[in-house]
Ligand binder design. Structure first.
Ligand code: DQA
Length: 138
């Protein structure tokens, strides 16, 4: 099984960015834990701050991988281009958020991409990604 994790803008700063909200662990450290926890899954990780690069990566893997776990960051709330991309792929896409977006500002309550995703997991810290893997392998 092949699963691609994709993180969007500002998520390269995990560990130092607003640690009260996003925690103190870097994604690289967390990703290494994930890989050792799921040795049978081919897990890949990609991060970009650029909307078009996220789309390029999703198009690259979205016809051969089983699933994409996508934290689109703030593009979640704005990007019709990401919505259209998700709709075009064969792989299932799981939307994840580290924080509980519904407990935050109103503008974070709206997701442009949820309707095209298999499901949404939000609010469990970095564990949201682990829960998404569990949802895929279920
Ligand atoms: C986020 C929530 C978004 O509203 C925010 O813009 C992010 C991170 C999360 O993982 O909680 O960058 O997707």
């Amino acid at each position: 099984m092949k699963i691609q994790i994709i993180n969007g803008p500002n998520l390269n700063l995990l560990g130092s960015r607003e640690p009260d909200i996003y925690g103190q662990t870097s994604f690289q450290t967390f990703f290494e834990d994930l890989q050792s926890q799921y040795p049978a899954i081919e897990l890949s990780y990609y991060q970009s701050n650029i909307e078009g690069e996220l789309i390029d990566k999703m198009q690259e893997v979205g016809f051969t991988y089983d699933a994409i776990i996508l934290n689109a960051g703030a593009y979640t709330h704005t990007s019709i281009a990401l919505l259209d991309c998700i709709r075009s792929l064969k792989a299932e896409v799981i939307e994840v958020h580290i924080s509980n977006v519904y407990a935050r500002e109103d503008f974070r309550h709206k997701s442009m991409i949820s309707s095209a995703c298999k499901g949404v997991i939000a609010g469990f810290g970095l564990n949201s990604y682990r829960l998404a893997i569990e949802a895929v392998v279920g």
